[in-house]
Design a binder for this molecule. Structure first.
Ligand code: SF4
Length: 378
């Protein structure tokens, strides 16, 4: 009798195990399968209702007035029956595990990984966009996963990933998804990093700053006309965002994509560097990134490496401490140097860290404090 009982309980345990495994395979499949046009509309934040079921969105400086049934300029928000919906909520079209260097961050936990997500849409129209296949689309046009903020946090934890990165398209457009995920991942002990164009209104930005550990902002140029003609946006609100991020104490890094004949005037680059030093301080890392022909600017050549080196020299002369040449794997200025003794501290090759000589946030050789958010010492 005892033997029979043991046999039965063994069978029950096996059956239980089988059902748990098949349920998790089923659940995983539901999450992993991408589906064209899958959306989970969520009511948007920062909008007001108008007469005749119209709405006005106050998330970014465009302040779109959106009639019933229509989409905002970013192609990510839609007015349905007088309610504004964030259409990319919980429907990312891109989910990858990337090195943090790919975001690209140079002074934020080097060598760690970031679970990187994006939903379709963008509030700019950059003619040089590298991710136009998703940034210039509606969420109803892309192939999307079905991932709740909790799913994302669980994936990051299960794979021992340090940060969740909101990137690729423009995270402002999936603001609600980003905020909900960032809140949850922050309380789970993960970091949140955002790569953005900085074209967002002050109120939503200040709220976002409460959950974000680091911003990497594309400062696309330093000329109003350039911004208008090449991005369809305005420079001034981006500058205001940078000041707010700094004031809020969030770690900040900048990328300037240098495009031949478009924004490669050394005078303008000098003005930009002066503004950075005066408003954000000399320790904000700045990367001059190489352009490669893409989207609507296929007629232009890649940026000559010499141009990037010249820009870097100007920035150093202005007094910025950490200036990089980006998108040129193997270049000596993708490495980090001590601003005091000039020794090489972080040796990189593309997105890979070969050597890191920063100890307790200081230069190993002369003890100079190196600004950044560094890996915890063991
Ligand atoms: S977030 Fe989109 S809908 Fe809202 S104002 Fe900006 S472009 Fe318009």
């Amino acid at each position: 009798m005892k033997k029979v009982k043991q046999k039965i309980s063994r069978i029950i345990i096996i059956l239980l195990l089988i059902s748990i495994i098949s349920f998790s395979i089923y659940a995983e499949k539901r999450i992993i399968n991408r589906k064209k046009g899958r959306v989970n509309p969520q009511e948007a934040q920062f909008y007001k209702k108008l007469e005749n079921n119209g709405v006005r969105c106050y998330l970014c400086p465009r302040k779109c007035r959106i009639p019933e049934g229509k989409w905002g300029f970013c192609r990510a928000r839609k007015n349905e029956n007088g309610i504004l919906y964030s259409m990319g909520y919980q429907a990312p079209c891109a989910v990858h595990v990337d090195p943090i260097e790919k975001k690209p961050f140079v002074h934020f936990y080097p060598g760690t990984k970031a679970l990187s997500i994006a939903s379709a849409g963008c509030n700019m129209r950059c003619n040089f966009c590298q991710n136009w296949e998703i940034s210039q689309k509606r969420p109803t046009e892309t192939f999307n996963y079905n991932l709740t903020p909790k799913n994302l946090v669980n994936i990051a934890i299960s794979k021992s990933i340090k940060s969740v990165a909101y990137t690729y398209s423009e995270p402002v457009n999936f603001y609600e998804y980003m905020i909900d995920t960032a809140k949850m991942s922050k309380s789970a002990g993960l970091k949140n990093v955002v790569h953005t164009n900085g074209f967002i209104n002050q109120k939503p930005l200040k709220k976002l700053c409460n959950y974000v550990d680091a911003f990497c902002v594309d400062l696309k140029g330093f000329n109003k006309k350039y911004y208008r003609n090449n991005t369809s946006a305005e420079l001034q609100p981006v500058l205001e965002s940078l000041k707010t991020m700094k004031k809020k104490g969030v770690w900040l890094e900048l990328v300037n994509l240098v495009i031949p004949t478009k924004n490669d005037s050394m005078e303008e680059i000098k003005e930009m560097c002066k503004w950075i030093k005066n408003n954000l301080g000399k320790n904000v890392p700045l990367s001059f990134s190489r352009f490669h022909p893409t989207h609507k600017l296929k007629n232009l050549p890649p940026t000559p490496v010499k141009t990037l080196e010249k820009a870097r020299n100007i920035a150093l002369k202005v007094g910025l401490n950490y200036v990089y040449v980006g998108n040129v794997p193997g270049h000596e200025y993708e490495d980090t140097y001590c601003p005091n003794c000039d020794k090489k501290l972080i040796d990189r090759y593309g997105y890979h860290i070969i050597n890191n000589k920063i100890e307790n946030g200081k230069c190993k050789y002369c003890g100079q404090k190196i600004e950044g958010v560094w890996n915890e010492e063991k």
